[in-house]
Write a new protein. Sequence first.
Length: 309
Amino acid sequence: MSDVRDVIIIGSGPAGYTAGLYTSRAMLNPLLFAGFSSGGQLMLTSDVENFPGYPDGIGGPEMMMELRSQAARFGCKIVDKNVDSVDLSERPFKVNVGSEIYFAKSLIITTGAEAIWLNAENEEIHKGRGISTCATCDGAFFRDKEVIVIGGGDSAMEEANFLTRFCSKVTIVHRREGLRSSQIMEDRAKENPKIQWKLNYQVKSWLGSDGNFEGATLVNTKTNEEENFSCDGAFIAIGHKPITSFLDGQVETDEHGYLLWKENSMTSVSGVFAGGDVVDTRYRQAITAAGMGCMAAIDAERWLEDNVH
Ligand code: NAP
């Protein structure tokens, strides 16, 4: 059997890189699979203004490069490849990456979650430049602007309410008459004078050229009539999905597919730890993900000490 690592980290947002930093400083010689598009959701964010330590803000991609080089500085080996699958049925655990198999005594899963995009026409060219999936990250860039929020669940209500702090007008576009959100969130949105409604509408396509977002073509889901709706930005809030398919059901999840912590940051499989958005249905912030990456690293180190070394 080839080299057995103490720790393999899967995923490269703030949680993964922080786990890499802590485990490499703990001399665990970690190997981190960052994925083909390393860096996670922050690679889609322009400026991060709410991560402590950056009083002037920092670009999302730039912050990820800094976290990455900080982890690498202490010896974390980072490979920009996707993990295809893992085998947790035997020890050491097997991590399959293309045709290669890697072995590890413990795993830290920090693969995050991805916002579900609408995939309407022209969406790709406006992603991160007019269309966002995170009001907390990008809302402040739309001060005194008019935006739309797509979705009818709690996320959409929460995003819309939050955006009214900055925006002059927020229009919720939802494909049905009835909302999916909880009553209290719905009431709060309905009582907010800055929030307008476009119920029974779906986005068909986005308007504007690259770098110049102009709005959306909406289609009435009852009459099929189309109309162009001008706005300065759009926030898609139709849900997130945790990235766990490579685990193939070997780790217990909640009903939405998020990994569950069983003992501190350890999952249902002893020796498999998790942190960041892949477990987090509530906070979903870079700083909380980094904190959970740190927790998973410390828990993995202690588990290795007690169970393996
Ligand atoms: P959600 O409850 O699944 O709602 C998603 C919404 O997006 C639904 O209204 C759905 O429409 C709409 N949608 C889905 N696919 C769409 C598409 N392709 N085109 C247009 N609309 C689409 O997701 P969520 O709001 O992210 O909430 C997920 C979970 O987190 C829920 O349990 C929620 O309670 C919880 N959460 C709680 C809070 C809070 O308490 N503060 C905040 C956020 C989230 P339909 O209704 O027509 O299906």
